[in-house]
Write a protein that binds this ligand. Structure first.
Ligand code: GDP
Length: 533
């Protein structure tokens, strides 16, 4: 199957909406994902997202960690079509230890839905992810979830989003009651009322068109009780917050806010309708040499934002997730793998639908294709029809946790190194090869990543390793001329290592040393992040 072509003469990319959901764990991302897929007709029954996850987990040993800890480690892509719009939903792991993966996934989206728990408001992980979106000017749509439970007052939540994130908020819908008084959702601009036809608080089943809040159609016991308050809220909301302004939204200054319940299906269709109408089509992409890749260009370009290795442990295959930036991709195309300086034939590209994968015959900017490979492609790689450019903006972060690798069976050094190299290319860990000594150091941002490394080396490479604490606290990439670098290496040989691309890195013992060395070498830049390519 190929994803839909453009309608009404519009370019196919203009019908793409590529987005992610950001949230703090437990806010309801999985539930909302499931409902979005259901709305799009991509899955047949609720429960599929989890069921699919479970099947995959059963197949894959290393995902035991996911299962045990109830977290989602791996990201994936879900494509579905609704009313002629192709939605590409990129999943992001919620756990903060895997935030690097999430950051990189956010480089591949054009918009994000920020899910907030109505009782908890903005939580730590939401805020961090929001900051990444802001850095990239990604427009954000806010979904205040779980309004069927006791939560905070709608006005309080709006104020919190506005203040905590320094963002204009524009309420698009209002909750009608909450918790035991939950009655539905009111779209005060469209004058639509979403409610259930059964008992109050039931699942969303019907939409009523009303003339306003005083429409007799709304007369009902619960509603009568909360009507005055709602009336007041809606008035306050209309006066106190910004009206929706599309430009401000696209520039990332304003977020439209939808109140809803993923579990009971309130607000889900409205989100999709909003994305179709207002979220941006695929944007331009910055590349090296000051080049800006535009989606309407003829030639294909794309970049790898994620690699998932060993999806099937029996085969050492990897899937590189490539976001297309321009051109029309056709199956079998030969593309230039710019970093390697080689042509690769993309003969079996994959589309990821909710329930299945299919061969991708045609793909357009905004689409994500999976490219199976045996390790040639890694995160940050650019594919083109010959042009020598690299897409920019995919960061690697200075690790905050460093450990020395301890190998139980020294006969397995080769397997261990291969395994670590592979996992580093997937973006799971960073590896540092010290100038002195043969034991590699691994660096991660979150401690859970270490557990995944141990598990996967055992399951996939038959190699048992452990980690030893080292007296190191962080790493910085060194940027300087060759002569200064040599001088530094001679003076601090114990602290110098090379990363997986043989780029020099300074391993620091503590924050004091970072300051001391930075002052001592004013001509050197110590970078906390580096571009991956
Ligand atoms: P995630 O960690 O963000 O993916 O959160 P989940 O989607 O797994 O949801 C966490 C918990 O909240 C689950 O028990 C859900 O059933 C529940 N939940 C999600 N959405 C809603 C909602 O709208 N209302 C209520 N009452 N519970 C919800």
């Amino acid at each position: 199957m190929s994803a839909a072509n453009g309608l009404n003469g519009e370019a196919p990319y203009a019908k793409r909406r590529t987005f992610a959901i950001i949230s703090h764990p437990d806010a309801g991302k999985t539930t909302l994902t499931e409902k979005l897929l259901l709305s799009g007709g991509a899955i047949r029954a609720a429960g599929q997202v989890r069921a699919r996850g479970e099947r995959r987990r059963a197949r894959s040993d290393w995902m035991k960690i996911e299962q045990e800890r109830g977290i989602s480690v791996s990201s994936s892509v879900m494509t579905f079509e609704r009313n002629g719009i192709i939605y590409n939903l990129l999943d992001t792991p919620g756990h903060e230890d895997f935030s690097e993966d999430t950051y990189r996934t956010l480089t591949a989206v054009d918009a994000a839905i920020m899910v907030i728990d109505a009782a908890k408001g903005i939580e730590s992980q939401t805020r961090k992810l929001f900051e990444v979106c802001r850095l990239r000017d990604i427009p954000i749509i806010t979904f205040v979830n779980k309004i069927d439970r006791e939560g905070r007052h709608a006005l309080e939540i709006l104020d919190e989003v506005q203040e905590a994130l320094a963002l204009d908020v524009s309420p698009m819908t209002w909750p009608v009651g909450m918790g035991s008084d939950f009655f539905g959702v009111y779209d005060w601009q469209k004058k639509l009322f979403y409610t259930s036809d059964g008992e109050r608080g039931g699942a969303f089943t019907q939409t009523k068109t009303v003339s306003g809040l005083d429409d007799p159609i709304l007369t009902g016991t619960v509603f009568d009780r909360i009507m005055d308050e709602l009336q007041e809220n809606v008035e306050l909301g209309a006066e106190g917050y910004a009206a929706f302004d599309k430009d401000a939204f696209l520039e990332g200054h304003l977020t439209p806010v939808f109140f809803g319940s993923a579990l009971r299906d309130y607000g889900v269709e409205e989100l999709l309708d909003f994305i179709a109408a207002h979220a941006p089509a695929p944007h331009s992409q910055a590349a090296t040499g000051g080049r800006t890749i535009m989606p309407e260009e003829d030639k294909v370009t794309g970049f790898v934002f994620k690699v998932q290795a060993n999806m099937d442990p029996k085969h050492r295959d990897r899937i590189a997730f490539v976001r297309l930036c321009s051109g029309t991709f056709r199956r079998g195309m030969k593309l230039k793998h710019v970093r390697a300086g080689k042509q690769i034939a993309v003969s079996a590209p994959i589309f990821f639908f909710a329930e299945e994968r299919e061969i991708a015959d045609l793909a357009y900017p905004g689409d994500v294709i999976g490219v199976p490979n045996h390790g040639q492609l890694r995160v940050g790689d650019t594919l083109t029809e010959g042009e020598e450019i690299h897409v920019t903006g995919l960061p690697a972060f200075a690790p905050e946790i460093l450990r020395r690798v301890r190998l139980s069976d020294t006969m397995r050094v080769k397997q261990m190194r291969q395994g670590l190299q592979d996992l580093a290319e997937e973006g799971l860990v960073q590896i540092f090869k010290p100038d002195i000594g043969s034991n590699w150091i691994v660096g991660v941002v979150g401690v859970l990543q270490l557990d995944v490394v141990v598990d996967r080396l055992k399951a996939e490479y038959g190699t048992e390793i452990g980690f030893e604490a080292v007296n190191l606290s962080t790493a910085r990439w060194i940027e300087t001329d060759q002569a200064t670098l040599q001088k530094m290496i001679e003076a601090h040989r114990m602290s110098i290592a090379n990363d997986r691309d043989d780029r020099p890195v300074f391993l620091f013992k503590n924050a004091w040393e970072v300051g001391y060395i930075t002052d001592k070498y004013p001509d050197v830049t110590f970078r906390e992040t580096r571009e991956i390519v």
